[in-house]
Design a protein around this ligand. Structure first.
Ligand SMILES: [Ca+2]
Ligand SMILES: [Ca+2]
Ligand SMILES: [Ca+2]
Ligand SMILES: [Ca+2]
Length: 232
């Protein structure tokens, strides 16, 4: 028992030293190894040197990437990401993923090995259909990749904004994915927000006081005409 405790303390101190060494050298703990987007069947892949179809940038693998869509019709968007945590120190395949919360309408997700060994997440991204399952659960650590998708319908004058948020702060989002390096107790979180705004001109509806004035004016006119008619 004492031996086990001593071993645990040794591992804890070792991990602490690695963390301090890491921060002393200002080496980012997370890095984006690979990404792909499928926007209505048009695929952008980091593997082939495509530019990211998003705006925004990531610092040490964290931040927000956004994209805007216009044009009426059914839309299908998937963002795939392969992040590594502490890859230089304890590899990229000692990590696991988890999904938390309730999906929004039209939202889909996947956590899986990125496709070099057993995962089908990359193929699913290219096909435009995620399997809503986790292939790299805790206890079965490997190379974690994750993806979030949206299926929705836009009207002609709608603008959709999709944000992909990567953070090391536990989110309050209704649905989010977690990638964890259990050996160092480090986690990053990923969630997506879809916002649709109509840019159409609002129907020109008179303000209530204006309507009331028009009604009173018409009523007065009618009465005055009626009175004139009676006086003849
Ligand atoms: Ca790792
Ligand atoms: Ca899968
Ligand atoms: Ca990887
Ligand atoms: Ca990974």
């Amino acid at each position: 028992m004492q031996k086990k405790l001593f071993l645990s303390v040794k591992i804890f101190v070792f991990n602490l030293l690695i963390l301090q060494f890491h921060s002393a050298l200002a080496i980012p703990t997370t890095s984006l190894e690979d990404w792909a987007f499928n926007i209505d069947g048009v695929v952008s892949e980091n593997f082939f040197g495509d530019p990211l179809p998003t705006t925004g940038s990531l610092v040490d693998g964290l931040g927000t990437l956004s994209l805007s869509l216009t044009g009426g019709g059914a839309r299908n968007v998937i963002g795939f990401f392969d992040f590594e945590i502490f890859e230089d120190f304890n590899t990229f395949f000692n990590e696991s993923g988890a999904a938390t919360g309730t999906l929004a309408v039209g939202q889909s997700w996947e956590i899986d090995e990125p496709g070099f060994v057993f995962g089908d997440i990359y193929d699913n991204t290219l096909l435009g259909s995620l399997d809503n399952s986790n292939g790299v659960t805790a206890g079965f650590e490997d190379d974690v990749a994750f993806a979030l998708g949206w299926d929705f319908v836009l009207l002609d004058d709608d603008v959709a904004t999709i944000d992909y948020i990567f953070t090391d702060i536990l989110p309050t989002a209704d649905f989010f994915l977690t990638q964890t390096d259990p050996d160092l107790g480090e986690s990053i979180y990923f969630y997506s927000v879809l916002d649709v705004v109509s840019t159409g001109d609002p129907v020109d509806v008179p303000e209530p006081p204006v309507l009331l004035l028009m009604f009173l004016k018409n009523k007065l006119l009618f009465r005055s005409r009626a009175d004139s008619f009676l006086e003849v």
